[in-house]
Design a protein around this ligand. Structure first.
Ligand code: 4AD
Ligand code: MG
Length: 454
């Protein structure tokens, strides 16, 4: 099908006689001798204006094609006398592919609430805002791969179906092939319990022990019943794992990755980011540029607790050494105290997962969370416990059976090395990039408690 994308037409260097563009009508305005059609094809935020003479319009039945209809316009790309646009198309032929009845098509030209648009998630990619959000999502994913590739990390694919509970938090979706009423796990597909992965970390560690530097980037599932603007039941996680690396290397990596994606978005998504800066989060661009301007702060957990205690803030959750930081604490640190992203490290071992490396003080582990303004935790990771005796003891201490981790412990039995890795929630990164404040609006089809439509 002959067609040129609108993004390429808008960037054309010279007029062209014979172009064809396909897209959806955003608006159509009829004057006596001409119809003016604003067409969008999703390749960029901007529409291209097409001018159709009354005869051509009548022949094509353009009169019935209202907002939302799909058409192809052929004609000449010419300099536009109108302001705000460089090019327009003088149509010589129009084909209407699919009409959209103005009585029932929900996306008429007016502002819709985010809540309403979530109920029509199948149509919202046709709006300016969600078109921009999902284009930025695509570019950010590309930037992630580019970042790791340039540093010689191998992209690895960890399993979605797994028998392990990486985080030990028990928030797993169970997968079974048993019929309702059957309960004998032995007769289930795998002959044992199977879950959707909550993290590919354990397998990524095994891969890092052979490939040196790896990262996974894929869907992750959590059955935590938390209805917050920052949690989804299905999200994408980026999990790098580095052999021969410590906590400092990990903090450097997290900071570099975050900046690199922000830099890429500023360079490649300017038009879409401008939409968010104007209509969703005024000051977004300044904040993103600020994030590139200064290094992230780094503070030990114990010191972060003191800062919070001395803040004079009336937090809903009290904070003391040994308590997990809540979003309100994380946001206070990043937004108010440091005014920029901050890496909090060396957490009490009791509130962190079994695999984190125990520090010499006997009470903390070499964990780090990177907290960012408006969101809180963006990254969670650690140096891993590479000492077999310590790791085995910790697993037992937590009431787990070391035999269940036999292959993970093998990594410590054979050629163990200091190593470290983290998980970055891709959607939270997108919230940072766009200023969108609800995770449901950076995922095309979000899965949250009670929501499985589409
Ligand atoms: O801090 P978490 O739970 O860490 C892990 O799973 C480690 N195994 C990662 C590793 O070291 N390889 O999750 C990592 C990140 C969080 O910082 C957050 O950004 C995101 O994943 N995340 C979620 N994002 C959206 N919805 C949820 N329910 C999320 N849970 C975690
Ligand atoms: Mg975490």
């Amino acid at each position: 099908m002959q067609r040129t994308l609108i993004v390429d037409l808008l960037n054309a260097a010279a007029p062209a006689d014979n172009v064809a563009l396909c897209g959806w009508i955003r608006t159509r305005r009829d004057a006596k001798e001409f119809s003016f059609v604003e067409l969008n094809d999703g390749s960029c935020r901007a529409n291209l204006q097409c001018i159709v003479d009354a005869g051509t319009a009548a022949q094509a039945g353009l009169g019935e094609a209202a907002t939302g209809a799909a058409v192809r316009v052929r004609g000449a790309l010419v300099a536009s006398p109108g302001k705000g646009q460089r090019w327009e198309v003088r149509a010589t032929a129009v084909e209407v592919f699919g009409l959209a009845d103005p009585e029932t098509f929900p996306l008429q030209k007016k502002r819709h609430s985010d809540e309403f648009l979530r109920t029509i998630a199948h149509l919202r990619p046709r709006t300016n805002k969600y078109g921009a959000a999902f284009r930025i999502r695509a570019e950010a994913g590309y930037a992630v791969h580019e970042f790791f590739r340039s540093r010689r990390f191998a992209w690895v694919h960890t399993p979605v179906l797994t028998g392990a509970d990486c985080e030990g938090a028990g928030e797993m979706f169970r997968v079974t092939a048993l019929e309702p009423g059957q309960t004998d796990l032995q007769r289930d597909f795998f002959g044992r319990r199977c879950n959707l992965t909550v993290s590919g970390q354990l397998e990524a560690e095994a891969l890092a022990m052979g490939l040196g530097r790896v990262y996974s980037f894929g869907p992750t599932f959590r059955a935590e019943n938390s209805n917050t603007p920052r949690h989804a039941a299905e999200f994408w996680m980026i999990e790098p794992e580095m052999a021969f690396a410590d906590l400092d290397d990990l903090m450097d990596l997290g900071e570099d990755l975050t900046r690199s994606v922000v830099e890429h978005a500023l360079a490649h998504c300017a038009e879409d980011l401008a939409l968010f800066d104007s209509f969703v989060d005024k000051g977004l661009l300044a904040r993103l540029k600020g994030l590139l301007a200064a290094p992230f702060a780094r503070v030990p957990y114990a010191e972060a607790v003191e800062i919070l205690q001395k803040s004079g803030k009336d937090f809903a959750y009290p904070v003391a050494f040994g308590t997990d930081l809540q979003t309100e604490h994380e946001r206070y640190l990043a937004e108010e105290h440091f005014g920029k992203p901050v890496a909090v490290y060396n957490y009490p071992k009791e509130i962190k997962a079994f695999y984190m490396r125990q520090n010499d003080d006997g009470r903390t582990v070499a964990a780090v969370d990177i907290l960012v303004p408006r969101i809180g935790e963006l990254i969670g990771g650690s140096q891993r416990e590479e000492r077999l005796d310590r790791l085995t003891a910790r697993i037992a201490e937590l009431g787990q059976r070391p035999e269940d981790y036999w292959w993970y412990l093998d990594l410590r039995r054979f050629g163990s090395v200091p190593h470290a890795g983290f998980g970055l929630g891709f959607e939270r990164l997108l919230m940072l990039l766009t200023g969108i404040s609800n995770i449901r609006d950076v995922i095309p089809f979000p899965r949250t408690p009670g929501n499985l439509e589409f």
